[in-house]
Design a protein around this ligand. Structure first.
Ligand SMILES: C[S@@+](CC[C@H](N)C(=O)[O-])C[C@H]1O[C@@H](n2cnc3c(N)ncnc32)[C@H](O)[C@@H]1O
Length: 250
């Protein structure tokens, strides 16, 4: 599908803003230890591309509803890139590892949306498979640092200087509404993207996982595997499907 150059810029900007970091090292280790891997919300595909480049020989599937992000991912043709979300595909007992990295989990704004994801992840996993994801810990109040003063300067797709700033419009019931403004003296006008992110505690995550029969096998608060505390920046979870609760055998 033809894409809008502004949206392609936004996918490129995502990569410029999110350079390889400790979280990628953490997830790359997991990918390299699994045979068949599904990355839900793979975005521009950096993680699976790196896994292939590092010698992963098994099945790698990246799933994302954003055509512009996937266009960028498709610069590598040795990974399966699938357009869509877990609601629109039926993966059935196919993967040893399902991932949601880069805080994808926070785009699911209600308990019902999270439950639907967990149900689909469970279905996609082989018996004994693992599900790894993270969400920002509400105790660390990340939204308080999303202010223009913490903006960053990057280089745009055509070599132009670009300033990226975040602003929070509202924080209510665990939902943070924010904007990202990218501006450059070389552009006619700034580009503004809006998003809403849900912040859930580890206890909320665990209750939802348990409803879908997942057992948490590892929990950390940072990528060096530091245990979670009340103010850790991340709630990092690795879970395995166990028996379904008696009330929910479906
Ligand atoms: C912050 S990006 C993270 C991308 C990548 N996982 C990373 O770590 O860089 C969030 C991604 O989630 C995708 N996304 C949004 N809604 C989704 C959904 N319902 N299912 C799967 N992915 C979704 C977006 O298109 C976007 O690429």
């Amino acid at each position: 599908m033809p894409t809008n150059p502004e949206n392609q810029d936004s996918a490129a900007r995502y990569d410029a803003l999110n350079e390889w970091d400790l979280s990628d090292d953490f997830y790359l280790d997991l990918v390299l230890s699994a045979d068949a891997v599904l990355d839900v919300g793979c975005g521009t595909g950096v993680l699976l591309g790196a896994a292939r480049a590092a010698g992963h020989t098994g099945r790698l599937v990246g799933l994302d509803p954003d055509p512009d992000a996937l266009d960028r991912a498709r610069r590598r043709d040795d990974v399966d890139w699938v357009a869509g979300d877990l609601g629109g595909v039926t993966f059935d007992g196919e993967f040893d590892l399902v991932l949601m990295t880069g805080h994808v989990f926070q785009v699911f704004l209600t308990d019902d949306e999270a439950r639907a994801q967990f149900t689909a992840v469970r279905r996609a996993l082989r018996p004994g498979g693992r599900y790894a994801f993270e969400t920002r810990n509400p105790g660390a109040r990340a939204w308080e640092r999303w202010i223009p003063e913490n903006g960053v300067d990057i280089v745009g797709e055509r070599g132009e200087p670009v300033r990226v700033e975040h602003r929070v419009a509202s924080v209510e019931d665990g939902l943070v509404r924010l904007s990202e403004t990218a501006s450059s003296p070389d552009w006619p006008a700034p580009r503004v993207d809006w998003a809403t992110l849900r912040f859930t505690t580890a206890e909320q995550v665990d209750a939802l996982l348990a409803e879908r029969g997942f057992e948490v096998v590892e929990r950390c608060g940072w990528w060096d595997r530091t245990p979670l505390t009340a103010t850790s920046r991340e709630v990092i979870t690795i879970a395995r499907p166990g028996p379904l609760p008696a009330t929910d055998r479906r």
